[in-house]
Design a protein around this ligand. Structure first.
Ligand code: GYE
Length: 321
């Protein structure tokens, strides 16, 4: 059996108060394994499967027992998973909430049981903010601003565009639109022709883009997609319409996964604003700090960069998701 490292020893000390049947003792002592529930919302995008993998891999690396639940895109399933984790008496919960609202009651119940909840990747709107411990996520408003600024610069502030929104009611869809429109408001030559949700999905992105093209055709000069998958779907729709994505219609998206970098190298996508899904290490760092009795900041911000097609070939080998 692997020797118990200093971090393991520390966990062994502090986790025993986390309750639950922790399972096998690490290193042969009476130490318990940290048990964490992860209420994931689904697998709608390349980003989200990368996030799931990051959390699972990191749990395994640290010897943490992870109870994983995939809600298949349904908030009710996530709420059920949270209740299930309480029943299992886990030491802590990671929650990637589908939408911003609807969490007050269940999170208050979890708090009453003394189980800390770390929000991973998306925020919530609740009356009492003390019902969650911290939010680890990118600044989605800033991502929207960055996407808009790139488009303003690339078009000299004159452009007729369409917007593919993420899941209705989700923090990234709300905030990415907000930041984007905030910048556009300063440039009267920028016009949003049409805007609709495509639920962060590739197939849906293609479908909505087809409808946009049918309605506005060659008037469309650019696409702003709230994530890569919808941009990749839009690329397919644009090609099917006999137009050149990246040339006839400029495209900017958010996430910056490998497939998007490949599309940039191929000249079909012009710019991505990075949003890292590799949150496993940050999530468990936060939980371990909590277990040591530290107070976490209410918000831990993940840093994002912007990449244009010109930088894509050099960056592609570095992309990890
Ligand atoms: O951008 C998108 C995903 O919540 C930040 O959700 C996440 C977003 C991400 O499905 O691709």
């Amino acid at each position: 059996m692997r020797a118990l490292g200093w971090m393991g020893a520390l966990l062994a000390l502090v986790v025993s108060c986390g309750g639950g049947d922790g399972g096998a003792a690490a290193g042969g002592g009476s130490a318990k394994t940290m048990v964490v529930g992860f209420a994931q919302l689904g697998a709608e995008s390349n980003w989200r499967t990368a996030e799931t993998r990051s959390v699972q891999d990191e749990a395994q690396r640290r010897g943490i027992e992870l109870k994983f639940s995939d809600a298949q895109g349904q908030q009710e399933n996530q709420i059920r998973a949270l209740k299930g984790f309480v029943g299992m008496n886990v030491g802590a919960i990671l929650l990637a909430p589908k939408t911003e609202t609807g969490w007050d009651n269940v999170l208050a119940d979890v708090k009453r049981k003394g189980i800390p909840v770390v929000l991973l990747d998306r925020g919530v709107k609740v009356a009492d903010e003390s019902i969650y411990t911290t939010l680890i996520a990118s600044d989605f408003v800033e991502e929207g601003r960055k996407a808009a600024q790139w488009l303003v610069d690339a078009t000299g502030g004159k452009c007729r565009l369409v917007e593919l929104q993420g899941t209705v009611g989700s923090a990234p869809a709300i905030d990415r639109q907000k930041g984007f429109l905030e910048v556009l408001a300063k440039h009267p030559g920028m016009e949003v022709l049409l805007s609709q949700t495509a639920e962060f999905g590739l197939a849906k992105g293609k479908e909505v883009m087809e409808a946009f093209l049918k309605a506005k055709g060659k008037e469309i000069q650019a696409v702003y997609a709230h994530n890569d998958d919808m941009a990749l779907g839009a690329i397919q729709a644009i090609e099917a319409a006999g137009l050149k994505p990246g040339v006839d219609i400029r495209i900017v998206s958010i996430d910056g996964g490998k497939p998007a970098f490949e599309a940039m190298v191929a000249g079909k996508l012009n710019c991505v604003v990075e949003c890292s899904p590799l949150l496993g290490p940050m999530a468990f760092d936060a939980l371990e700090r909590l277990q040591r009795g530290e107070t976490l900041p209410k918000r831990i911000v993940v840093d994002d960069r912007v990449f244009t097609a010109e930088q894509a070939a050099a960056e592609l080998p570095n992309r990890k998701y």
